[in-house]
Write a protein that binds this ligand. Structure first.
Ligand SMILES: Nc1ncnc2c1ncn2[C@@H]1O[C@H](COP(=O)(O)OP(=O)(O)OP(=O)(O)O)[C@@H](O)[C@H]1O
Length: 260
């Protein structure tokens, strides 16, 4: 395992449990020009290969920040992030960014920037577009696609690199119900893919405000409030009123409010 930012007093070089694809230990992150917003406070969690983890909680609780910290996109003020040396991590956002060029070129560029030789990018881009049923739009300008189509292209762009871990920040939040269903089905499908020889099963970590989607996609739910991890439960326990009320009254109130 590669251990990033070993902190004083921690066991630098310590290995995390076998099968763990991402781990945070006591991670705090502060944001803003003067680092005045404590967006994450003392987060400790380990995500194992093949898990489907939903991040839920009220607006501003830290879901996006946690995804970015898991990806390694944020400086961690305190604590450690641990990730296997050869791990391939993809991140998707609510609104994908398409360059003003053909869909195929958008994918080719993504592959090339990730180190794939240019001569291989065309075939791989076409294969990825076929995987998301968008082969017929390969020559269309990426910016001219609908939101749902753009999100499928973004999924194809990530899939083309065969990530081990998918980090998805409200991937269906800005889509209409039809596109939402398509994109959600694709995400579930990617989570079910058989790993290539020598790789671990794919892992999904996604932020969502849609508790129906959490029920459909997740095996485990992490509940955050004001940057703190208050509950980390199997999905059935999270949606059992009695269990949740006993283990995390704050999360129970949140679920009741969202489903009222
Ligand atoms: N660049 C920034 N500068 C200062 N504060 C920030 C910045 N980005 C986020 N924050 C603050 O950090 C906290 C966590 O934000 P974050 O976007 O992670 O929450 P979230 O749970 O994803 O919210 P939402 O559900 O609304 O998408 C919030 O208080 C937010 O206002």
């Amino acid at each position: 395992m590669r251990i990033e930012r070993p902190t004083e007093g921690s066991a630098a070089g310590a290995s995390v449990r076998h099968g763990t694809v991402l781990a945070l230990q006591g991670v705090s992150v502060s944001l803003g020009p003067a680092a005045q917003v404590e967006a994450l406070r003392g987060i400790t969690l380990a995500i194992r290969a093949g898990e489907r983890v939903a991040l839920v909680g009220p607006n501003g609780c830290g879901k996006s920040t946690l995804l970015r910290a898991l990806h390694g996109l944020l400086p961690i003020a305190l604590g450690q992030r641990q990730v296997p040396q050869d791990s391939r991590i993809a991140m998707l956002f609510q609104r994908p960014h398409m360059l003003r060029m053909s869909v195929r070129r958008n994918l080719q560029l993504g592959l090339w920037l990730s180190g794939v030789p240019w001569r291989q990018t065309d075939a791989r881009a076409r294969q990825a577009l076929a995987r998301v049923d968008l082969a017929h739009l390969a020559e269309r300008n990426g910016r001219a696609l609908s939101g749902g189509q753009q999100q499928r292209v973004a999924l194809a762009r990530a899939w083309a690199l065969r990530p081990d871990v998918w980090l998805l920040d409200e991937p269906t939040a800005s889509l209409d119900p039809h596109a939402k269903r398509d994109v959600e089905a694709l995400i579930a499908d990617f989570g079910d893919e058989l790993p290539a020889p020598g790789r671990l099963p794919p892992t999904l970590v996604f932020a969502s405000h849609n508790l129906g989607q959490v029920k459909r996609l997740a095996s485990r739910v992490i509940y955050l409030e004001q940057g703190r991890l208050l509950a980390d439960l199997a999905v059935n326990d999270f949606f059992s009123h009695a269990f949740l009320e006993a283990h995390c009254p704050q999360a129970h109130l949140f679920v009741k409010g969202e489903t009222a």
